[in-house]
Design a protein. Sequence first.
Length: 286
Amino acid sequence: MERKEIAILSGKGGTGKTSLIASMIPYFENLVLADCDVDAPDLHILLDEKNRQSRDFVGLQRPVFDMNKCIHCQECVKHCNFNAIADSIELIASKCEGCGVCQLVCPVDAIKMEDYVVGKVFASDTEYGELVHARLIPGEETSGKLVSEVRKTAKQLADEKNREWILIDGSPGIACNVISSVTGVSKVILVIEPTLSGLHDLKKIVTLVQGFQIPLLVVLNKSDLSTEGKTEIQGYCREIGIEIALEIPFEENMVAAIVNRVMPSIFDRAFFDRIGFDQFIKQIKE
């Protein structure tokens, strides 16, 4: 069975990315879910998890100094390009990138590199399929590696369970964690709002996704928020040949569904029928 991975992205947080993927979930069978927004995962809040398992994620190594061996020659301080070692031979953890140069230059082997835990990876069962998500420890900067670990785990589960689909709730923005979210996927769905910032976000993510030559569909959320903004985004999409596959007007029941931890497309099926959600799902599956 050929496995397909669909990534849902947005230019910023709060545009409705997770609400959209939550609405899509009931339309898919044979599914694994991957929440790759590791800085602020929230898909698990909507799903009734069972049999949750967790493990630590080691994102990098950091130096440990043996002060009984140290001769205070300052070689580690001189060679650290990140200024992560104080003159007193103490690690400034927020600056350390785990490169290991300090260990290499130490003349008395007073430094060793040890694994450093930067987050946790979770896997659980839900009504709709397996869910993989992660949580990055606040202040840590290896979110791209943690996203890759979430996707790797999701793929392993898909292989073990013979799942056809992996739906990825990607990180917002265009940074390394987003690149890790989209590399090698079958299709990208971009959720934007009809605002000036929405148009700027659209242009940035289109450039990123086109660089990977991945098919892209646009979803215009809160499409009735601004007529002017909607017109500008429609014009840009026509200009570059990208389809706006779905327009979702503002609907209070979307909020009510999330508050009640119910998939929006189940909570108000009539609304989703009116906006052509079935046809949108067919486009995704093509």
